[in-house]
Design a protein around this ligand. Structure first.
Ligand SMILES: [Fe+2]
Length: 245
């Protein structure tokens, strides 16, 4: 990327910061200049490591959160030293506008911010006891995805079709419409400006200790630890326009 482009980016960010500081709140935290510490943080696991035993063993959960997810966060903090603008806006905005970043940093941000966002969502939608959804989210599943049994079958089949590492998602629009999508690596529908209702990680690190090559068994068992209450909250947030990652 040329100097002009960099200057443009810098000017755009300065403008955004100026606009933010004029907000009704009077003071807006500038996340590009954290007061000590790093701009990105590993969110605490919202339940004990053994909470997902019905599907995932405690050691896998611990390694997945404390090592794999942490590595994406650490890499992102390293990247932020070179491209501080990645910490100046919400992640969903950065991910939807990766082409605005200097070309040499796009891949590292795509992989590591994608990984951070995907895993934050993953922990958020787990920790429940499965069962069936209720209310508006169930109505949307019936309307758009053919009902819960068809969703489970189609979602698991999509997870099996991911070649190598990736994710399977249900996306949600502001109108509450749902769709099934998958992505390779740490890509996310957020990169297309969409919102994720929930998603499952089909990287081997998510299941290998218990399931080895049996990804299909992991996919089937995963529904037993889904937190439909949180997913319902995410659905309402999507319709209110407040769902982020
Ligand atoms: Fe993962």
């Amino acid at each position: 990327m040329g100097l002009e482009r960099r200057q443009f980016l810098g000017a755009a960010i300065a403008l955004a910061a100026a606009a933010a500081s004029d907000s009704a709140f009077g003071h807006v935290l500038d996340r590009s200049k954290p007061l000590g510490g790093m701009p990105f943080a590993l969110p605490s696991l919202p339940y004990p490591y053994d909470s997902l035993e019905a599907c995932i063993d405690a050691q896998t959960v611990e390694l997945h959160h404390d090592k794999h997810h942490a590595a994406y966060v650490n890499n992102l903090n390293e990247a932020a030293k070179a491209v501080p603008q990645i910490a100046s806006q919400p992640m969903e905005l950065i991910l939807a506008n990766l082409m605005e970043l200097p070309e040499e940093f796009r891949s590292i941000v795509r992989n590591n911010m994608g990984g951070h966002a995907n895993h934050t969502m993953y922990w958020d939608v787990l920790g429940g006891k499965g069962g069936t959804p209720q209310g508006d989210v169930l109505s949307a599943i019936d309307r758009d995805l053919g009902g819960i049994e068809k969703l489970r079958a189609d979602f698991d089949a999509a997870g099996m079709r991911v070649f190598g590492s990736g994710w399977v998602f249900v996306t949600v629009t502001r109108d509450g419409k749902l769709a099934l999508e998958s992505r390779p690596n740490q890509d996310s529908p957020l990169m297309d400006g969409k919102r994720v209702l929930f998603g499952n990680d089909v990287w081997e690190h998510a299941y290998y200790l218990r399931y080895q090559n049996r990804r299909t068994d992991y996919l089937h068992a995963w529904w037993s630890v889904v937190n439909w209450s949180r997913i319902s909250d995410r659905y309402e947030a999507a319709r209110a326009g407040t769902l982020t990652i």
